[in-house]
Design a protein around this ligand. Sequence first.
Ligand SMILES: Nc1nc2c(c(=O)[nH]1)N[C@H]1C(S)=C(S)[C@@H](COP(=O)(O)OP(=O)(O)OC[C@H]3O[C@@H](n4cnc5c(=O)[nH]c(N)nc54)[C@H](O)[C@@H]3O)O[C@H]1N2
Ligand SMILES: Nc1nc2c(c(=O)[nH]1)N[C@H]1C(S)=C(S)[C@@H](COP(=O)(O)OP(=O)(O)OC[C@H]3O[C@@H](n4cnc5c(=O)[nH]c(N)nc54)[C@H](O)[C@@H]3O)O[C@H]1N2
Ligand code: SF4
Ligand SMILES: [Mo]
Length: 899
Amino acid sequence: MTESIATTCPYCGVGCGIRARVTDGTVEIAGDPAHPANFGRLCSKGSALGETTDLDGRLLYPEIDGQRTSWDTALDLVATRFSEIIAAHGPDSVAFYVSGQLLTEDYYVANKLMKGFIGSGNIDTNSRLCMSSSVAGHKRAFGSDTVPNAYADFEQASLIVLIGSNAAWCHPVLYQRIVAARARHGTKVVVIDPRRTQSCDIADLHLPLRSGSDAHLFNGLLAWLHGEGCMDAAFVENHTEGLADALARAGGAADGDLAAIAKACGLRVSDVRRFFELFRDHPQTLTLYSQGINQSSSGTDKVNAILNCHLLTGRIGKPGCGPFSLTGQPNAMGGREVGGLANQLAAHMDFANPDHREKVARFWQTTQLAAQPGLRAVELFDAVADGQVKAVWVMATNPAVSLPNAGAVRAALGGDVFVVVSDCIRRTDTTHYADILLPALAWGEKDGTVTNSERRISRQRAFLPAPGEARADWEIICDVANRMGFGDAFDFPSAADIFREHAALSAFENDGSRDFDLSGLSALSAQDYDRLQPVQWPVRAAATGKGTERLFADGRFYTPSGKAQFIAVSPRGPENKPDGAFPLIMNTGRVRDHWHSLTRTGKSPRLSQHTVEPFVAIHPLDAGRFQLEDGALAQLESGWGRMVARVAFTTDQRPGEIFVPFHWTDQFAAQGRTDALVAPAVDPVSGQPESKATPVRIAPFTPQWHGFLLSSVAVPSAVTQVDYWVRAAGAAFCRYELAGLREPGDWEGWARAVTGATTQDEWISYCDAARKQYRFARVAGDRLVACLFVAADHHLPSRAWLSGLFSRTTLPAEARRDLLAGRPISGQDDIGPTICSCFGVGQFAIEKAIRERDLATAAAVGDCLQAGTNCGSCIPEINALIRSARQSSQDQQAAENVA
Ligand SMILES: Nc1nc2c(c(=O)[nH]1)N[C@H]1C(S)=C(S)[C@@H](COP(=O)(O)OP(=O)(O)OC[C@H]3O[C@@H](n4cnc5c(=O)[nH]c(N)nc54)[C@H](O)[C@@H]3O)O[C@H]1N2
Ligand SMILES: Nc1nc2c(c(=O)[nH]1)N[C@H]1C(S)=C(S)[C@@H](COP(=O)(O)OP(=O)(O)OC[C@H]3O[C@@H](n4cnc5c(=O)[nH]c(N)nc54)[C@H](O)[C@@H]3O)O[C@H]1N2
Ligand code: SF4
Ligand SMILES: [Mo]
């Protein structure tokens, strides 16, 4: 057993502290009670981190054209090719595409190499797809990219508005903090999202506004608040500019105007009025926003429409109120600090400011500093496609999956461009296109810092040995810089040395002119860096007193006039409108237990059982229009691509809008990639893609057969030749959902092939060709090895009971007898699909307990079944089951009364 190491979760921007310990090769994870982001709590993803640190599928050695090579050979080749291309075509012919999942130290040297020494602005990051509209909105309003708040404000707010954020699933520990604050102080919660999400579980009001209509709502709010006399006149007068224009553009606020606003947003007038009144009545208002705001062709305007309302009411720079952009990735904020976006320079300094350029050049001692911003993500891959960019180095991101119009990105990467990919995983949709693969250390192996949504810098610390030949990203970048002849500027013996330089740059001739100031950390010793406690910036050397400085408390902003700017906003809907050919709007986003392109959460059995397949959530009215059946498969098509997904009926969707998660890749599914369909429309100011509003059409996907395979042994590639397959990790088995347009000639032969059964193996089968029902099980002694179930349609037995049999050391006689029924005919129950991933509690088990024991609260369910008592991420779902049980018992009562 090793000692427990304090580190930080590598998933979302909440930035939870973790204590990790390795015992007999097993990684044990616990929340760090001392970390101010989570005080010991973790969500389902953080809790299951121990299931993702194995070396299965890892990239452990450098490769050139798919062949293992030495580090020297690989690094020489990267440096030579980049240098040759730059010499022949200039610095703008090369690019880096990096990620908010790099550590600050990695990010800093990548930015320094491209902007400082190669001399091009062509380094952009996946934060372009994530935070760039917030960055642009902040800069327009505040003159700086500042998130002024802290999580502690949650406890002081009396109204929390969650707009375009499904925090229950995407920032779960923050969401739980809101739940707790609400229970203690009666905090009001408003959720503004076209879908009824799990976050609505605690909403006093949910506004299911029409996709993309947020600026109508907030423009309306601005005018209405002004009309109601809610302006903080002194604040507006002394600390802001531009209100008159913003108001003129926002239109009126009279009663008739509320109706117009409600109409533009597809909302009830009474709901709009209630929201406005809540906002009016709660000076302590915190507005939390995320991708429903940012990922839009008018994302920057939406951000500013929100900021305008906070400026009007002076609700900024004070406890318990403010606009609070939630960052997605663990180090999205750190990336903004170093200047990882193509339009930023470094340390919150700008290309547009000659003084900043001069300072950065002098600090870095370079004559090569890029003179202007580089290409932004979508443009960058367009430039790869048209040959303008001839070499691209991708680090810690999976653009072949996550960029819009991903088919075109693939074509670009597959063209005549030199592609270097640094990743931890050998096979991803992006490593597929790499000329050179560089193995990076993964979470648990690497050391450095990350900054969370509240600007809190925390250490990530290694607790596992470096596997194979993997190296830290910063080392790889510095090695290449060295070989390109920039050695002196990249001679960093350790991550701590990079951090010190980063802090020193932030402090360099700052004198209060920039909010991002780490002068207090620029002389950190190696030991202090190792022991660094979570700290919010700014960390000024000259700071007196303890505690974090509240930004904007003095009403001073970083614009030339020192005043915050109202921005006049003209609301625009999504760029691509639905029409006869593509009548539905496809919204995309995340599910509770998966992270992006599944390279990590896809390894975890616990996390993979909650949402097993790509799905399309659709209102039953739309489903009826397009002849879809709940639980069957559908084909989705846009002007850019197509995919296949499982249909899920829900009245949580607005008619006319569907929701599809974007997690699945070619590694986990056939035809499951959502970004193949997403339009490459971008915000003109921020360059952020409109990932949430692509017009699509939908039709039933009608295979000849449906099936599933559960197997504890290696599954041959024959399975991935089937037209539709999705793979999910299970506890001691692997699950494949299957469907085929053609039937194999010989089902028994195919079943044996995919379960790896020889004629010697014990084999149970059931075949009814007339009903197209085939069921096979391979058994070894008293263990289930694999089973395959096939039917003419999607009505197949629940996988939960069969799945449970793989963890049994001996198969009970009755289970063996019931095996091909796919359900326990007698004996124990089928628990149903996973709801609580921590304790493996299924939906049927929870429903049964609610029914039989008359349970009325999630806490009562927890007492009875443990569900929801560890991380609590499933509590909104348990509450939904309680509500639906209550509804059906009321319906039953009503029916009996009528009878
Ligand atoms: N489980 C999980 N958590 C994650 C991640 C993950 O992959 N999985 N990723 C992390 C990252 S990088 C990010 S950026 C965050 C994202 O966190 P969120 O932004 O909360 O997540 P999303 O699901 O992308 O989108 C949020 C909501 O925006 C809504 N929306 C769509 N269009 C509109 C609109 O026009 N207006 C409004 N008001 N809302 C709209 C969607 O219906 C959706 O519910 O999550 C982080 N946390
Ligand atoms: N349709 C649609 N598309 C979207 C979004 C959406 O809501 N809808 N959201 C967008 C957003 S907000 C985001 S943030 C992106 C996320 O999209 P991506 O960044 O493409 O997704 P990830 O799966 O997180 O990719 C991270 C990669 O880095 C690797 N990796 C992990 N750790 C390290 C490391 O330390 N070093 C190195 N070198 N590699 C590492 C992983 O194995 C993985 O291959 O997707 C965007 N795309
Ligand atoms: S909320 Fe969950 S995913 Fe986000 S940092 Fe905390 S444990 Fe990690
Ligand atoms: Mo993100």
